[in-house]
Design a protein around this ligand. Sequence first.
Ligand code: BES
Ligand code: ZN
Ligand code: ZN
Length: 491
Amino acid sequence: MTLQWEQTNQTSERLGEMVVVALSDKGIQKGTLLSFLDHSVQGGISQLLKKEGFKGKGGEARLFPLFHTGSIRYLLAVGAGKEENALHGIRKLAIRAAREARRLKVKSICIELPAAYQSSEALQTAIEGVILGGYQFDQYKSESEPSVLQQISFFLKKKLPPIAFKKAVLFGEKFGTATNFARDLVNTPACDQAPRVLGRHAEKIGKLPGISVRVYTKAEIEKMGMRSFLAVAQGSVEPPVFIHLKYKGRKKQKVGLIGKGITFDSGGLSLKPGQAMETMKCDMSGAAAVLAVFSVLSELKPEVSVEGFIAATENMPSGSADRPGDIVRTLSGKTIEILNTDAEGRLTLADAITFALRQKPDVLIDTATLTGACVVALGELCAGIMGNDPKLVSALRKAGERSGEKIWELPLIEEYKELIKSPIADLKNIGGKGGGTITAGLFLQEFVGEFKHWAHIDIAGPAFTEKEFEDLPRGGTGSMVRTFLQYLLNC
Ligand code: BES
Ligand code: ZN
Ligand code: ZN
């Protein structure tokens, strides 16, 4: 459903069915929409807030039904908190607002942002938050209740110039819808999300202006010599595809984005235990991020050119599956001893990296649900980043801060390279007992070779969550979509 966005600086009793305000511990400030509403109910709101001991802490929220204020039915007061990341505070407020609007079946809402944060950047973030908060994956529910929200107005001290407002709407909407698209891709079960289905999504994206796509078939992948990627695919009845997307920006400078695209990771013959497999449809979250980024590039029009690469396959056990001990020759010529078929992501990424480097990008970034060890190290709310270009790593972390995604750097420790050496091949696909995220990063680095502008982002933690958070839905989260878009726009 298309949403209507407005801005206003006029207090009125017809602002929307629900008014959403950020409230600090300083209480109700003069001249705000909240003070207007409070006034119109003879100070009833401030009394209630006091009685309830509302402190304005982050995460705190109260919903007040209002009976005598025109068309306004609800007031949602959200604690402004002491956010270190003020923009993310705004995003969370908007997410909350959209979730409440859905629950209360409200058609129109009015959001008053904290007085200090009414810039176009803040507005864009709030718009993004409303879209993110409205997300629900209900395609497989026989009965679902779609959101009825239609109209969102922002109450501002000073309205933005129309052009700035329009831009905030465009960027906020695209950042939000792209993230939600990635969430849909991840949440769609593997039975309906075979590699060829990802290929079809890519082909559809390839019809957008300024974007071209080529989907390589299994026969073509064989011809190219991606034998490491093919080893992962050989156990599945679903044929693999290799996806190459291109977006041409105004600049010649080119960013390559690789996403791990394992549509289901059973572990292969090194089979995962049942419970660990339950969420493994999420193993194509990197690919989802790349597709989602490309789905909005022709509208956001970053200046930099972008190419996307996805080696899409299932990882399944069968009579034709790759076996522990098998040795494969990669596209790069390097050989790998596969000791654990569950460390399959790096086998597919190795060939994707070689292919990507042949397209001569200026920067190469890969993102992958690569290691359980990264979840152990950083938990489910933080991605791990490694790379050989400190400037690139810091630019990505900065983009992450802006988009509300946590990214923490791990070191690529030279000495650990010993751990991925094989006595009978160039490399083996597992390391030692500890440092699993780092040895996976080092493994990828072997294929990056002399190229000096590479970063790897392990999203095994943040790509998927089994419980809902204040700012994240359950299931696929759309990890790295907004960070990548932000990074590309900063280039
Ligand atoms: N897809 C998994 C990593 C993963 C784990 C993603 C949990 C999301 C949540 C990956 O292919 C894998 O199985 N890695 C192994 C590597 C090991 C065999 C060296 C792991 O982390 O256990
Ligand atoms: Zn695996
Ligand atoms: Zn995997």
